[in-house]
Design a protein around this ligand. Structure first.
Ligand code: AMP
Length: 183
C-alpha cells in the first residue's frame, strides 16, 4: 500500500495535488475538511457544532477526528491500493493516534510537506473565497487558520522528521512541476 499524508497550510494546494495523485496511483482520498463539510450539510447536531468551529477557523477536537479516521480505515475497500490523508493529522496527538491505527492494520505512511509562503496562501484563499462559498475563506478566518496551522500543525513536521518519514515539497510554482516532485 502507498499511504501519503499531505500536509501544508490552508491554500497550499493539498486538494489539487491529491486529485492528481489519485488519478495516477488510484489511491483512496480522504479529505477530512470535505468529510466535515458533508456532516455540516447533513444538518445533524454534530454538524452544527463542527460548523461553528470551522467558521471560527478552529480545529475540531482530536477525539472526534480520530474516531472519524478509525471508521474510515475500517471501511476501506478490500482492494485498496493506499490512502491519501488530506488534512489529517493536524496535531501531534492526531499523528500519534494515526500511527497506532495504521500499525494495527500493518500500514505505514509518509508525510509530504507541501510548503508555500503565507503571503501566497492568503492571496490564493482570498481568491478561492470569491467562488468557494466556504465560511472560512475570508480574511479574518484565514489569518486565524494560519495561526492555528503554525501553532498546532507545523510541529508535526518535526515529529515525522524524527520518525524518518518527512519529505519536503516546494509548493510554489507550476502545478505540473510540483506534481512531478511529488511523484
Ligand atoms: P480543510 O478543508 O482541510 O481546509 O479543513 C477545513 C476545516 O476543517 C479546518 O480549518 C478545521 O476547522 C477542520 N478540520 C479539517 N481537518 C481537521 C483535522 N484533522 N483536525 C481538526 N480539524 C480539522
Amino acid at each position: 500500500m502507498l499511504n501519503i499524508i499531505l500536509c501544508g497550510a490552508p491554500g497550499s494546494g493539498k486538494g489539487t495535488q491529491s486529485d492528481l495523485i489519485v488519478e495516477k496511483y488510484g489511491l483512496q482520498h480522504l479529505s477530512t475538511g470535505d468529510a466535515l463539510r458533508a456532516e455540516i450539510k447533513s444538518g445533524s447536531e454534530l454538524g452544527k457544532e463542527i460548523g461553528e468551529l470551522i467558521a471560527g477557523g478552529n480545529l475540531v477536537p482530536d477525539h472526534k477526528m480520530i474516531h472519524l479516521i478509525e471508521r474510515y480505515l475500517d471501511n476501506l475497500p478490500a482492494d485498496c491500493k493506499g490512502v491519501i490523508f488530506d488534512g489529517f493529522p493536524r496535531t501531534v496527538a492526531q499523528a500519534e493516534a494515526l500511527e497506532l491505527l495504521l500499525e494495527r492494520r500493518h500500514m505505514k505512511a509518509v508525510l509530504l510537506d507541501l510548503f508555500v509562503e503565507e503571503d501566497e496562501v492568503i492571496k490564493r484563499l482570498l481568491n478561492r473565497g470569491k467562488t468557494s462559498g466556504r465560511a472560512d475563506d475570508n480574511y479574518e478566518t484565514i489569518k486565524k487558520r494560519l495561526v492555528v496551522y503554525n501553532e498546532q500543525t507545523s510541529p508535526l513536521k518535526e515529529w515525522y522528521k524524527k520518525e524518518g518519514k518527512h519529505c519536503y515539497i516546494n509548493g510554489l510554482g507550476d502545478l505540473d512541476r510540483i506534481f512531478a516532485d511529488i511523484v
